[in-house]
Design a protein around this ligand. Structure first.
Ligand code: AP5
Ligand code: MG
Length: 218
């Protein structure tokens, strides 16, 4: 099963991909997490991506595509995976479809989490992430049991540098301009599932599970 989580910055892609990945025992492949890891490790891809990420712009397709194709060819993806943050351009979607097709696989569902812009800004300004395992928290909505520490692995929590309000607004504009065609791409294939992402975390997770049980439209 190959599932894509789509949505604006802060829509809950990482949060829901994490839940689904545990329930379905499929790897969670988050392009943003892979890029941030590459930057920490000072790899060629990380260094070339840095200035785009800082400004909230999309990293050039050639970098993200190389990184994701390498990731999906690893053994743990044999049964499928949950994509989070990829694809984000029409070109990325087409290359992914072709790469999966070569292995006799395809995308099963693209889940689009819909959340109003003002809620997105609130979510991102209060978000904290575990530096070790990337689990997301929110200072008010879903705080860790011990302030500053991850419940799951006791890693240190930090705030992403692109979560400043002005960068967040830029990221929202980039989503509307560059990722909207990806929604149409999956809608035209009958694979897009729209989910109200403005429910609590568990409510959204329930909606996703029931949507995945429903048959796809022809
Ligand atoms: P990326 O890391 O993918 O960031 P993003 O798409 O901007 O999305 P976020 O990670 O900010 O939000 P999310 O939807 O995962 O929300 P989360 O679950 O954390 O990309 C970062 C950058 O990398 C890009 O700007 C670009 O430069 C580059 N990049 C990455 N992929 C690329 C690609 N394919 N092509 C080119 N460039 C690429 O939740 C947010 C907060 O809300 C958390 O605090 C959470 O606890 C809370 N929350 C979640 N759900 C709920 C809920 N239902 N109710 C209340 N609070 C909630
Ligand atoms: Mg994320």
């Amino acid at each position: 099963m190959h599932i894509i989580m789509l949505g604006a910055p802060g829509a809950g892609k990482g949060t829901q991909a994490d839940i689904l990945s545990q329930e379905m025992k499929l790897p969670h492949i988050a392009s943003g997490d892979l890029l941030r890891r590459a930057l920490e490790e000072r790899t060629d891809i990380g260094l070339r991506a840095e200035s785009y990420m800082d400004k909230g712009e999309l990293v050039p397709d050639e970098l993200t595509i190389t990184m994701i194709l390498e990731r999906i060819h690893r053994a743990d993806c044999a049964r499928g995976c949950i994509f989070d943050g990829f694809p984000r351009t029409l070109h990325q979607a087409e290359v992914l479809e072709k790469a999966l097709g070569e292995q006799g696989k395809t995308i099963d569902r693209a889940i689009y989490l819909e959340v109003p812009d003002e809620e997105l800004v609130k979510r991102l300004s209060g978000r904290r992430l575990c530096r070790t395992c990337q689990t997301p928290y929110h200072v008010i909505g879903s705080p860790p049991k011990t302030p500053g520490k991850c419940d799951r692995c006791a890693g240190v929590l930090y705030q992403r540098s692109d979560d400043r309000e002005e960068t967040v607004r830029g990221r929202l504009a980039v989503f509307c301009a560059q990722t909207a065609p990806v929604l149409d791409y999956y809608e035209n294939q009958g694979k897009l599932v729209r989910i109200n992402g403005d429910l609590g975390i568990e409510g959204v997770a329930r909606e996703i599970v029931s949507a995945l049980k429903a048959p796809t439209s022809p």
